[in-house]
Design a protein around this ligand. Structure first.
Ligand SMILES: [Zn+2]
Length: 237
């Protein structure tokens, strides 16, 4: 069971200071994926870059096959904004061009944003077709605090454990709302980023205009949240 805060988190709140996370993560092991295909599941366009952009950069640069499974198009971020699905898909393509000189394949599932748990069979079939026992599955943390992130995380973990597929999970909203002390017992690992990977990731993140600088309302991903994704390493569980 996931332990969540009593009320839903609000990205506008300041959130957990990154220094508290870095104190925990400075003690964890360095990690490298198995040398093989990388399959990254993203509930919404931007999660793959925020959570694993540096890992994608390095794997694609090393000539390994990288597939992004884009589960929803993220259209529910602003239900009054027309064609937000198309805008976010295009932002992802731009971000991947900034991130990697090598083409990265995106497999789009088109599941409705906010309703991933109602489409578990489709998700499971997709994981089954793209996951590779010789590679690594990279998925959102199953207790991340957003229902789509949790649905993708849970289904992926079940599939990976049942089929012996190496898997790591990336937190997104956990950084903002969770207490590092409560999660200190998880098997954290750090993937160190080269200066090149860090720069490419910063450029890629800036492509998500709709989330950073929406035409109205506060940003979905405000600057204080971006701090968690500007580290010199990426942390996985
Ligand atoms: Zn998301």
């Amino acid at each position: 069971m996931c332990r969540h805060p009593n009320k839903p988190f609000d990205p506008a709140n300041e959130g957990t200071p990154d220094s508290e996370w870095c104190a925990l993560l400075s003690r964890c092991l360095e990690w490298q994926p198995k040398r093989g295909p990388l399959v990254v599941l993203a509930p919404h366009p931007d999660d793959e870059i925020l959570g694993a952009g540096g890992l994608i950069h390095d794997s694609a640069g090393a000539g390994l096959p990288v597939t992004i499974v884009s589960v929803t198009d993220g259209e529910a971020a602003d239900i009054e904004r027309p064609s937000l699905d198309l805008i976010r898909r295009e932002e992802l393509q731009q971000a991947l061009r900034k991130l990697s000189p090598v083409h990265v394949v995106v497999k789009r599932l088109g599941i409705p944003d906010g309703r991933v748990q109602d489409h578990d069979n489709r998700l499971r079939n997709a994981i089954e077709s793209y996951a590779d026992p010789g590679g690594t599955l990279v998925v959102p943390y199953e207790c991340d605090g957003h229902p789509d992130h949790e649905a993708v995380g849970k289904t992926s973990i079940e599939f990976a454990l049942a089929n012996g597929i190496p898997i790591v999970r990336y937190p997104i909203w956990t950084w903002h709302h969770a207490n590092p002390g409560a999660l200190a017992g998880l098997p954290w690992k750090r993937f160190l980023l080269s200066i090149d990977a860090q720069r490419a990731k910063v450029r890629a993140i800036q492509c998500f205009e709709s989330q950073l600088r929406p035409p109205r309302g506060p940003p979905i991903v405000p600057p204080h949240v971006l701090t968690y994704f500007s580290r010199s390493f990426e942390a996985f569980i």
